[in-house]
Ligand binder design. Sequence first.
Ligand SMILES: [Zn+2]
Ligand SMILES: [Zn+2]
Length: 85
Amino acid sequence: MSTTNEPSANLLNEVALIACGRREGKTRSCRSCARKAPALLNIASTGALDALAAAICGGHSRACRDCHTKAEAIINETMAVPCNA
Ligand SMILES: [Zn+2]
Ligand SMILES: [Zn+2]
C-alpha cells in the first residue's frame, strides 16, 4: 500500500551522488549524502531550487554557489527521468 510514487533506488543514488559532488570515477556518495537523498528528492519534486540548494548546503538559509549548481543538476536529473510507459 505504500508504493505510491516511490522513488527508484537508482534515482536516489543519483541524487545523493550529485549532492555529494559528482566526479569522474566516483560511483557512490558518502553515507551522509545518501541519507539526505530522499529529502532532497522530495524538495526537487516541488521544483524549489533555493530550498534544495539550502538543503544540500546543510540547512543554511542561503546556499553557496556550488550547492546551487548541484541543486540545478538534481532538478534537471529528476525531470529527465522517463516514465515507465
Ligand atoms: Zn557526501
Ligand atoms: Zn554549499
